[in-house]
Design a protein around this ligand. Structure first.
Ligand SMILES: *Cc1c(COP(=O)(O)O)cnc(C)c1O
Length: 296
């Protein structure tokens, strides 16, 4: 069963209350959510779920906005995985590898898979004896390189810089949101977290769609942002600048998007043809997925 966000782009406590009963194992939610908005009702939602004996699973996909700032446990979250390939320095995309270590509250620790690494004095050892554990899972070591990279990143940044990374990611996304909201339709005009979601509504009359604008960005040397996601926004364009871009680069990106928007009005055909500066033009993505040619 999935729950829709309300007009403010967040989950209602009431809608969770209406569905929650003793038969419900729990709720999974992403915070900040996929609209880039902080779930402000999360503590009350967790109370409703806990009152019926359920658990709260947090999808840690969007930690980039809240790392070092929000105490996930205080929000009432019992279990959360961290997408190390998103926030913790492994590049996302290209199909992996990724890694998602699962964090739990101490009450649930006894159910974690074995072996577990435990510290004794100055040494670490593997603990196999855990009667309530779900047992051994395939691939204990996971994608080891991703784990090591995340660990090195966390240690080299330190708590202060991790927090700063989140603050800059949020600042950058809000800056883009404010600068582009006259050019692109902004379905939820609220302060955002580390990503902002526009749509192609303003371009409808010119017959230009999100896909056309994304393809045109390739002509200017940009890897297009996530498009048509989240699904609750038709024609979505989700922009996540991250913390690493400097203001000059963000300003240049904004200028390019504004130019694409002008082109959409003045020369929609150019956008329908885009990309025009690449060796291969618009690819048949469906055919590529159905009949992949993986060699040569
Ligand atoms: C990225 C993302 C996923 C997919 O996670 P992967 O680890 O890349 O498979 C799922 N949910 C949300 C909200 C995401 O942002």
């Amino acid at each position: 069963m999935s729950l829709k966000s309300n007009a403010q782009g967040v989950l209602d406590v009431q809608s969770v209350e209406d569905l929650m009963d003793e038969q419900t194992a729990g709720i999974m939610l992403t915070n900040p959510n996929t609209l880039g908005i902080f779930e402000t009702n999360i503590r009350q939602i967790a109370q409703v779920v806990h009152a019926k004996g359920g658990l709260v699973y947090g999808d840690g996909a969007n930690m980039n906005a809240i790392m070092g700032i929000v105490d996930i446990k205080k929000c009432g979250v019992d279990v959360m995985h961290l997408n190390l390939h998103k926030t913790f320095s492994t590049p996302h995309g290209g199909g992996g590898p990724g890694a998602g270590p699962v964090c739990v509250v101490s009450e649930l620790a006894r159910f974690l898979p074995v072996p577990r690494v435990v510290k004794e004095g100055d040494r670490y050892r593997l603990e196999f004896n855990s009667p309530e554990s779900i047992g051994r899972i395939h691939g204990f070591h996971g994608n080891f390189s991703v784990l090591v990279r995340a660990y090195s990143y966390i240690r080299s940044m330190g708590p202060g810089n991790l927090k700063k990374a989140s603050q800059l990611a949020v600042l950058n996304a809000n800056y883009i949101k404010e600068r582009l909201k006259k050019d692109l339709h902004l379905p939820y005009d609220l302060p955002c977290m580390h990503e902002c979601v526009f749509s192609d509504l303003f371009q409808h009359d010119d017959g230009v769609k999100t896909l056309d604008m994304a393809k045109r960005l390739i002509d200017f040397g940009y890897h297009p942002p996530t498009i048509y996601f989240p699904l609750v926004v038709p024609g979505a364009i989700m922009i996540e600048p991250t913390e690493t871009e400097c203001k000059e680069d963000i300003d240049l990106f904004i200028k390019v998007v504004q130019q694409v928007v002008v082109e959409a009005k003045e020369n929609p055909e150019l956008l329908h043809q885009a990309p025009v500066r690449t060796k291969l033009r618009r690819l048949d993505e469906t055919r590529a997925a159905r009949h992949p040619c993986l060699c040569g």
